[in-house]
Design a protein around this ligand. Structure first.
Ligand SMILES: C[S@@+](CC[C@H](N)C(=O)[O-])C[C@H]1O[C@@H](n2cnc3c(N)ncnc32)[C@H](O)[C@@H]1O
Length: 206
């Protein structure tokens, strides 16, 4: 799937479905917050939610006083849902419509979060492009939190094939500049009641 097709796909998903009916919907991003905020992350830190879609992670970051968190997504429709929900607080967020594999960051970030985005990159070329952006976006001393379907998780999501990971295989994919520090295995229950096994890994950028 090329960049244009990916954008069309995700625009269609978010334009035709209610946020609460999407399989990846979660009311509260508990594990993401735990891994981002432990050890404590200064609220002045620049945080980027990659493929954040309509996720409520940004609400939770604003609730905790984080200064202008960034949310990037290939789908403008997804970000519009979050903006509507946040209403007056939407202006406190840096919104970025971009494909993460071709994005050119204009700053570095202290924390990178990705829940259920990287696993859609099923070609070596896409994964290398993602890693190149990650390396120039997160400076040494920064942290990376990534949640993907686990090895015993689903083989598809949102009608698309995915690549499943263990924390170790994800670490191998990111390379030696990122040290695995914390792992959580998580059962996500979809709005339709299905259980999906995720692995969440936290890395320190060397
Ligand atoms: C399964 S959803 C997860 C959304 C969000 N992270 C969450 O936890 O609710 C995948 C998200 O990744 C976005 N996405 C997919 N491919 C992308 C890409 N190449 N660049 C940026 N965003 C992408 C989609 O638009 C969608 O919002």
């Amino acid at each position: 799937m090329n960049e244009f097709q990916a954008r069309e796909h995700w625009q269609q998903m978010y334009s035709t479905r209610q946020e609460q009916k999407l399989s990846w919907f979660e009311e509260a991003p508990g594990v993401s917050l735990e891994l981002l905020l432990t050890p404590q992350l200064d609220t002045g830190a620049q945080v980027l939610d990659v493929g954040g879609g309509a996720s409520r992670l940004v609400d939770a970051l604003l609730d905790r006083g984080f200064n202008r968190p960034s949310v990037l997504d290939i789908s403008e429709a997804a970000l519009e849902k979050s903006k509507l929900r946040l209403a007056g607080r939407a202006s406190q967020v840096h919104w970025i419509v971009a494909d993460i594999t071709t994005w050119e960051p204009d700053r570095t970030y202290r924390a990178w979060h990705d829940r259920a985005v990287f696993h859609f990159l099923t070609t070596e070329e896409q994964r290398l492009a993602y890693r190149a952006v990650l390396e120039k976006t997160v400076a040494p001393g920064g942290i990376v939190v990534m949640g993907t379907f686990a090895l015993d998780g689903p083989e598809r999501c949102s009608c698309l094939p995915v690549q499943r990971y263990s924390p170790e295989s994800l670490a191998a994919e990111l390379g030696r500049s990122f040290s695995l520090t914390t792992v959580r295995m998580v059962d996500h229950v979809t709005p339709a009641g299905k259980t999906q096994r995720f692995q969440f890994s936290r890395f320190a950028r060397e």
